[in-house]
Design a protein around this ligand. Structure first.
Ligand code: NAP
Length: 292
């Protein structure tokens, strides 16, 4: 079995994967994709659930996306996950995107239906919600929330989830501030406009969520300095690199509780599993796979 397959393999999937038992019927598509941890989370889950299918990586370039989606049913796929840069394009390409995907502005989970059509959803926001519950024992609906990087893909999905669950207040922040008014207007179609803000006041925030790429490198500056944080803040950094991110180090410095993006990654995967198989995902098996 190869660790990464290509569109060329997908064109002749049965031949390209003839030696694979159980058959490869799920994949993450991306460009690049070799780094993806999704197989190490999903394959143990499939074994634990007694499902005779395996999960792999497909390196699909943007110009190959439409053909990839067309080929999935005949190749026997149950579904796929989508990562950078495909989420927005898959939203436009699947037959039936759901409301969550439309709000998130992208699809990270495709379900191949029995009739060969494709449904699409986004589990990033739901995964984030479960991660906050697991990490802090808190519900989004009870929190005043600041989303840093709300203009990016993850930030948009997180902001939409916070609003959909009726958080107490929602503050949107983004380096490129002119992305925010249109996002705020969209959110205001289903969330009270008076609870939305584009002006950050950390004294009026309980949960700070970093959805920017700042902190991927260990020597990045923290997006919020330690002297602006206090011990009562909850700090969720969606980044899941090996190091403690600068924002989490700033939280540590003032005694605030912080958690990294591993739980979000885990729970978005678990929700995808639940969409494909209509049964609870074996969370601890998936967590062990991710950490292994
Ligand atoms: P994206 O769509 O490219 O968005 C990047 C965001 O980061 C934008 O808001 C961008 O602001 C901001 N940004 C980038 N560099 C910045 C800088 N130097 N200073 C301030 N803001 C900066 O990327 P994405 O897919 O949303 O991913 C963003 C982060 O979320 C990544 O770190 C990724 O690891 C994390 N993530 C985690 C999970 C998980 O499951 N845990 C899932 C998805 C993503 P502008 O709009 O101004 O460019």
């Amino acid at each position: 079995m190869k660790s990464v397959y290509t569109l060329n393999d997908l064109r002749q999937w049965k031949e390209a994967t003839a030696e694979c038992t159980p058959p490869l019927r799920l994949a993450v598509i991306g460009d690049p994709v070799a780094h993806s941890k999704s197989p190490q989370m999903h394959n143990p889950a499939l074994v634990a659930a007694g499902i005779a299918a395996a999960y792999t990586r497909l390196h699909i370039q943007p110009g190959e996306l439409a053909e990839c989606l067309r080929l999935l049913p005949a190749a026997g796929f149950i579904g796929i996950n989508c990562t950078i840069p495909h989420k927005a394009a898959v939203l436009a390409a699947v037959d039936a995107p759901d409301e969550t995907a439309r709000r998130a502005g992208g699809v990270n989970t495709v379900i191949v239906q029995p009739d060969g059509t494709t449904a699409g959803t986004s589990t990033d926001g739901g995964g984030f919600s479960r991660a906050v519950r697991e990490s802090f024992g808190a519900s989004l609906k009870d929190l005043r929330i600041l989303v840093l990087g709300a203009g990016g893909g993850a930030g948009r999905a997180v902001a939409m989830q916070c609003a959909a669950e009726g958080c107490v207040t929602l503050t949107l922040a983004n380096r490129t501030a002119d992305k925010l008014p249109s996002l705020a207007a969209e959110i205001a179609t289903f969330y009270p406009a008076e609870k939305l803000s584009l002006t950050t006041d950390l004294a009026a925030v309980d949960l700070i969520v970093n959805c920017t790429a700042v902190g991927m490198k260990a020597d990045d500056l923290s997006p919020i300095a330690a002297d602006q944080l206090s011990a009562r803040h909850l700090v969720y950094d969606t980044i899941y690199v090996g190091h403690r991110t600068p924002l989490l180090r700033a939280a540590d410095a003032v005694g605030a509780r912080g958690a990294n993006g591993l739980a979000m990654l885990l729970h978005q995967g678990a929700l995808a599993f639940e969409h494909w198989f209509a049964r609870p995902a074996p969370i601890e098996v998936m967590r062990a796979g991710l950490l292994g």
